[in-house]
Design a protein around this ligand. Structure first.
Ligand code: KG4
Ligand code: ZN
Length: 355
């Protein structure tokens, strides 16, 4: 039995998970989210994030071992997220992982955080301690993967475990960042995605204001969201609901207007995704599966839009279970597992990679 302890501290979540490589089962996944600590600042404050990681890391790892019902002696490999992410946060997980590897004589694997997201679609079902997760066997290679979070928006051609090419990516902001920033303009805290989804649902997912969509560049897959953010802001100024010097004009920024903005924004981002996915399907007609991963893949509306287009093009659609869309250590342990199989171990000089 090869047991992998996964550690994830890239940003504002402290995660630890145990993965049984032989049985292909996630035995535990514990996560502490710092959302409450950053909410009032409208975004993640790096200094607060790293201090909070330091406070939580030991107890989260202990909890993950306990939940898996294994002791540290039974762990064979420590897999740790190396980056990209916030330097201070990454250091906490990496130093802890090195400490465990050195003092208990375990093998060490550095895992790229983005690889974690890309392969999170293989984590199947809903995890509870009594219902260990199995691994999705039907995705296959090559497949297309749309990975969208607060830091990235990329479409990949995934050729094998650990091997993928960028088909297209954002040239400026990530889609998650657009949700976060526009939610902030509307007066909401971080993260913005879930509240935008809720408001959009209240407005019936209608396209009230038809914000500008990025124009396709021929057959090229590419994303851009910074212009969209500005367009939403200036539209609110035009409607007398926002002043660029003062901020929201509360009497005009009504609940109804907020819902309509959120709804138009979500439909717009849905259209941008669908347009790009169609281009990718034409470019790679033989691929059979499409996966949607990253924090933004929690969004049910976007999932349903992508599922629809997959059905139309006869592709199998997979998305990471919501608990593994946002940052988590199960995806790090899983990637650590196939890296261990390929003997891709690191020594104690392993360093963080912030980009
Ligand atoms: O993957 P993740 O946890 O962290 C990064 O690596 O960035 O993604 C966080 C992002 C945030 O921008 C958040 O607003 C977005 O995922 N998000 C959502 C939803 N839940 C989280 N966006 C849209 N709809 C959601 N339901
Ligand atoms: Zn992430």
């Amino acid at each position: 039995m090869t047991l992998i302890l996964g550690i994830e501290t890239s940003c504002d979540e402290t995660g630890a998970a145990v993965y049984d490589l032989e049985q292909q089962r996630i035995l535990s996944s514990v996560i502490f989210s710092q959302i409450k600590e950053h909410e009032k600042y409208g975004g993640v404050v790096p200094e607060i994030a790293s201090r909070s990681q330091l406070e939580k890391i030991n107890s989260i790892i202990c909890a993950s071992l306990q939940e898996a019902n294994v002791s540290i002696d039974q762990i064979d490999v420590v897999a740790v997220a190396q980056g990209p992410g916030l330097a201070g946060s990454l250091f906490v997980g990496l130093c802890f992982a090195k400490g465990i590897a050195w003092s208990y004589n375990k093998k060490l694997v550095g895992v790229n955080h983005l690889d974690g997201h890309v392969f999170s679609s293989f984590l199947k079902g809903v995890f509870t301690p009594s219902n260990n997760l199995t691994i999705e066997q039907n995705i296959g290679f090559p497949h297309l993967c749309l990975s969208v979070s607060g830091g990235h928006t990329s479409l990949y051609l995934v050729k094998d475990f650990g091997s993928y090419d960028v088909v297209g990516q954002t040239i400026d902001d990530a889609a998650g960042e657009a949700f976060d920033k526009i939610a902030k303009v509307l007066g909401f805290g971080y993260p913005g995605g879930p509240i935008i989804e809720k408001l959009a649902q209240q407005a019936g997912f209608q396209d009230y204001f038809h914000y500008p969509r990025t124009k396709p560049r021929g057959q090229e897959v590419f994303f851009s969201f910074s212009g969209l953010k500005t367009a939403v802001l200036y539209d609110l100024v035009k409607r007398g609901a926002y002043d660029l010097n003062v901020g929201p004009i509360v009497q005009n920024l009504t609940d109804e207007l907020k819902q309509q903005v959120a709804s138009s924004l979500l439909v717009c981002i849905g259209d941008i995704f669908v347009n790009n996915v169609k281009i990718a399907f034409k470019k790679y007609p033989n691929i059979k599966s499409f996966t949607f991963v990253g924090g933004v893949a929690c969004n049910k509306y976007l999932r349903s839009r992508l599922e629809l287009i997959c059905n139309k093009y006869q592709k199998n659609f997979f998305f990471a279970p919501p608990q593994f869309c946002t940052d988590n250590a199960a995806m790090i342990a899983f990637v650590g597992g196939y890296k261990a199989l390929k003997n891709e171990f690191s020594d104690l000089t392993l360093d963080i990679k912030i980009t």
